[in-house]
Write a protein that binds this ligand. Structure first.
Ligand SMILES: N[C@@H](CCC(=O)N[C@@H](CS)C(=O)NCC(=O)O)C(=O)O
Length: 203
């Protein structure tokens, strides 16, 4: 399979998951400005939505949307350590986390990337994001990971919390989040994914 990615974006989440699960894959960089891939293709022909992550399966179908991609990947490896089995209560809890991260954190950060939004308006979005970070810090106060052990939700949350410095938001204001990030950063899969993204060029 092929993972279409752009460095320092939400595609880091499925990238970490692929490495955690030891699934063979090809990493293909996308230039999000030109919508060209490093192997010379029109990315819009691969994912008409025009954004990463996109996962091309060996039979040619393309799966998009981070929460769907990571669950698909985990389900390819029976008994994997990243996701509770389908149909269980814990799996529903995982989906609750993935939705929260997608809409409240990932979606909450999106306007902060927009250069056309004035800083005064961004301050309003930041206040809302701070409430969500407060909630997360509370959830992680007495546990290392969102569902006990490292899992899909942590790969996703780590990937989007890495953006906070771009918005001059100091993670150290939430010590539980700072130690959570430091803990995940040491995982071999995470280090390998970050290094591979830095070294996989535009072709
Ligand atoms: N709903 C999508 C959003 C994906 C997304 O926001 N991708 C960003 C990077 S984090 C992107 O590629 N943006 C480029 C663009 O929209 O042109 C998902 O959850 O996978």
């Amino acid at each position: 399979m092929k993972l279409y990615f752009a460095p320092m974006t939400c595609s880091l989440s499925p990238h970490i998951v692929l490495r955690e699960l030891d699934i063979a894959f090809e990493l293909i960089r996308v230039d999000n400005k030109t919508k060209r891939t490093a192997d010379g293709q029109d990315f819009l022909a691969i994912n008409p939505k025009g954004y990463v992550a996109a996962l091309m399966l060996d039979h040619g179908e393309v799966l998009t949307e981070g929460p769907a991609i990571v669950q698909y990947l985990a389900d390819q490896v029976p008994g994997n350590h990243l996701a509770p089995a389908n149909g269980t209560w814990e799996r529903v809890r995982l989906q609750e986390w993935l939705n929260f991260i997608s809409s409240e954190i990932h979606g909450g950060c999106a306007p902060l990337f927009n250069a056309q939004i004035p800083e005064t308006t961004k301050a309003i979005f930041k206040q809302k994001l701070f409430k969500r970070l407060d909630y997360l810090a509370g959830a992680l106060e007495h546990r290392n990971y969102l569902q006990g052990d490292f899992g899909l939700a942590d790969a996703y949350l780590f990937s989007v919390l890495k953006w906070l410095p771009f918005f001059a938001i100091g993670i150290n204001d939430w010590p539980a989040l700072a130690s959570y990030m430091a803990r995940i950063e040491t995982r071999p899969s995470v280090r390998a994914a970050i290094e591979a993204e830095a070294n996989t060029g535009q072709g």
